[in-house]
Design a protein around this ligand. Structure first.
Ligand code: NAD
Length: 440
């Protein structure tokens, strides 16, 4: 993990409030819009007792933040991590609102987290924790209310336990309660790899704009979990040479390019990329300073600080993780002309296929992997085009452009519901809005 200067802003909740404020100012929407959207509408804290295998009882703290349901039911993943805080969950719930809005999905944002170290829990303890989280929060979750999904350290297996617990509480089958669940329980083809696939679609769009040929380019990826490993896999498939990857246990670097299919097998067998035969170790600082075309932070927040940003040599940063760049780091990347694909656009493939999963559950009619991937590509490319066009039209960064589109859409929904009055003399032309991929 990269050291962060104490003075640097790293609180996700404060960061997203700043991003919201600049978009509101940019759109001249007035103070009320900021005041209304600056806090999640609901934040719940729960205590979850778990009987340990050694006979003890441990109580874990969990959170669920629901930012706004102006556009539709709230949606967002659940992470299990020792560093989870209420501010992290609140900030992530707001990022989900703006992510679904920039993609034109009919959702608001939410996020959940449990303060725990899952590597210290047995499978049985993890199951009890997952079920306990849902039991405590069942009253505020549901397919028309708030729909969870996987995030850091949670996966289809955890989603399966959570679905079963929700079904027990409700006394009925409710497959649309959660997404990212196993296929056999109504999961969608393509969901597991969707975030990584979407990251690569957005990288390819950026490459087109910058005149970079995928087959002659190189990339480095930090994080080799769900998002990082699939991103590396699809980059490799499109001909991009992946030269370095890293997970929490160490790195693997080969300037000639890593054999990604073999690396995936190695990581699956050993649980880490560290020690991959034929590769050298690499530190986080060295990975971020590599002379590659594309750098993909796909682990946690606040990795690209001001100090790191000064050393980046990549031409494109693809924010596969949520909030991987601090505001100070972001300013430096911008000054240095590095093209950043912002998280709310770059990693939106996951929630997009989660939306497809929910649609399939609602209809009880399931799509092929090819249908899912084609629709995903269509939505990712359309959203990228809208953000890029807005960036060009307004002379702002990709991140600012994404927030302008997203905040405008959320504000419009709030006005349509009669929650807010927007200024009628708004001098800023409305951005091109789209609903699930269709320009209107
Ligand atoms: P994951 O738990 O599957 O993987 C996380 C990876 O990061 C692991 O390889 C872990 O070893 C590595 N990591 C953790 N701490 C690290 C450190 N200090 N240094 C280097 N590597 C470290 O999680 P994920 O689902 O892949 O999520 C990764 C990021 O992507 C998070 O920011 C998450 O919010 C975001 N995201 C996930 C999804 C999704 O569908 N899973 C969707 C959108 C965004």
């Amino acid at each position: 993990m990269v050291e962060t200067k104490a003075a640097e802003m790293t609180n996700p909740f404060r960061i997203v409030q700043g991003q919201l404020k600049s978009a509101v100012d940019n759109l001249q929407l007035g103070d009320d819009v900021y005041e209304f959207l600056k806090e999640p509408m609901r934040v719940v804290e729960v205590a979850i007792p778990v009987h340990r295998d050694d006979g003890r009882l441990t109580t874990f703290i969990g959170y669920r933040a629901q930012h706004t349901d102006a556009i539709g039911p709230t949606k967002g993943g659940i992470r299990f991590h020792p560093d989870v805080t209420v501010d992290e969950v609140k900030g992530l719930s707001m990022w989900m609102t703006f992510k679904t809005a920039v993609m034109g999905l009919p959702y608001g944002g939410a996020k959940g987290g449990v303060v725990c170290n899952p590597s210290e829990l047995s499978a049985r303890e993890l199951e009890e924790l997952s079920r306990g989280y849902v039991r405590r929060l069942a009253a505020v979750l549901g397919p028309e209310l708030d729909i969870p999904a996987p995030d850091v350290n949670t996966n289809p297996r955890v989603m399966g336990w959570m679905l079963d617990e929700y079904d027990r509480v409700r006394g009925q089958n409710t497959p649309g309660f959660i997404t990212g669940k196993p296929l056999v329980l109504g999961g969608s083809a393509g969901r597991e790899e969707a975030t990584g696939r979407g990251v690569v679609y957005s990288i390819l769009e950026a490459m087109k704009r910058l005149g970079i040929e995928p087959g002659r380019s190189t990339a480095a990826v930090q994080g080799f979990g769900n998002v990082g490993s699939h991103t590396a896999e699809f980059l490799h498939e499109t001909g991009v040479k992946v030269v370095a990857v890293e997970d929490v246990r160490g790195g693997a670097y080969n300037p000639e390019g890593l054999d990604v299919p073999a690396l995936l097998r190695f990581a699956h067998e050993t649980g880490t990329v560290h020690g991959f035969p034929g590769s050298k170790d690499i530190t986080t600082a060295d990975l971020f300073a590599l002379d590659v075309d594309v750098l993909v932070p796909a682990a946690l927040e606040n990795q690209i600080t001001a100090a790191v940003a000064k050393k980046v040599k990549a031409r494109i940063i693809a924010e596969a993780a949520n909030g991987p760049t601090t505001p100070e780091g972001d300013d430096i990347l911008h000054q240095r002309g590095i093209f950043t694909i912002p998280d709310i656009l770059c990693n939106a493939g996951g929630v997009t296929v989660s939306y497809f999963e929910w649609v399939q559950n609602t209809q009880g009619f399931y799509w092929t992997a090819r249908e899912v991937n084609t629709r995903l590509q269509d939505l990712m490319v359309t959203a990228f085009e809208h953000v890029f066009d807005m960036k060009e039209a307004k002379g702002v960064t990709m991140r600012e452009a994404a927030y302008v589109i997203a905040v405008h859409r959320v504000a419009e929904a709030c006005e349509a519901r009669g929650w807010l009055r927007l200024p009628t003399d708004n001098a800023v032309p409305a951005p091109a809005l789209h609903i699930i991929g269709k320009k209107r």
